[in-house]
Design a protein. Structure first.
Length: 228
């Protein structure tokens, strides 16, 4: 089942400003924080040196630049997440997809290489790989999507045949060509399968709940008509 979403509902589900989950995603590890902190320190020092050497009189402008530089480590994750959200919101049309998990499998993805030296002094290249879960989702119309995300321990409850929901994005009004899609939600397990948490989960769950209620109500209406 693929139900078109209004622009208003789509912009509620895909927020403009980063959510807490999205901010945490780009906050990264402690090493990422240290990199941002180093950039902040270097930027502040450069601004001070330029101000002293050039004798700039634009005190308010220099102050604002200094504040932005000093708190780069804090606001940059929100900026990264917001830019990613804006990229999604550029799609003109969207839809709520509900189907089932047709298949799933595990793969390895190369995420980086690191050069090191072993005990013999030889250069060794170490590959950093990440296990990912791959899902094939489809519905009765023949529509299908393949999706992958980092493998997590709670993914062990995923089985074929489970209902799965997601938001799809397109530049065609009939959604005949899907350009991108969000993370996947499995209602029976209240489980999210995702890499980047694209959507406002409270709004998404509300949309899903209403559609599920509509689906349950339609057979009742048909039975009433037949009985009449």
């Amino acid at each position: 089942m693929l139900v078109p979403l209004t622009r208003q509902k789509f912009e509620q589900i895909i927020p403009l400003i980063a959510t807490g989950l999205q901010y945490n995603y780009y906050w990264g590890k402690f090493s990422n924080f240290l990199q941002r902190l180093l950039i902040s320190v270097v930027a502040v020092v450069v601004i001070l040196i330029v101000k002293i050497l050039l004798g700039l009189e634009f005190g308010s402008i220099v102050f604002v630049l200094g504040v932005f530089a000093a708190f780069f480590w804090l606001w940059y994750p929100a900026f990264q997440a917001s830019m990613r959200n804006i990229k999604c919101r550029r799609y003109k049309y969207s839809g709520f997809f509900r189907g089932r998990i047709l298949d799933w499998w595990i793969t390895d993805r190369l995420i980086g290489k690191q050069e090191t030296v072993n005990n013999k002094g030889e250069l060794v290249i170490v590959e950093n790989r990440e296990k990912r879960i791959n899902l094939e989702l489809g519905d009765d119309t023949g529509f299908s999507i393949e999706f992958d995300a980092p493998l997590r321990p709670n993914h062990k409850v995923i089985t074929r045949g489970q209902v799965a929901e997601m938001v799809v994005m397109s530049n065609r009004s009939d959604l005949s060509s899907i350009e991108d899609f969000s993370d996947v939600y499995i209602p029976s397990r209240e489980l999210w399968v995702s890499d980047y948490p694209y959507i406002r989960r409270d709004f998404f769950n509300e949309v899903g709940r209403r559609l599920r209620e509509d689906q349950q109500e339609r057979p009742r209406r048909r039975r009433r008509r037949v009985e009449e």
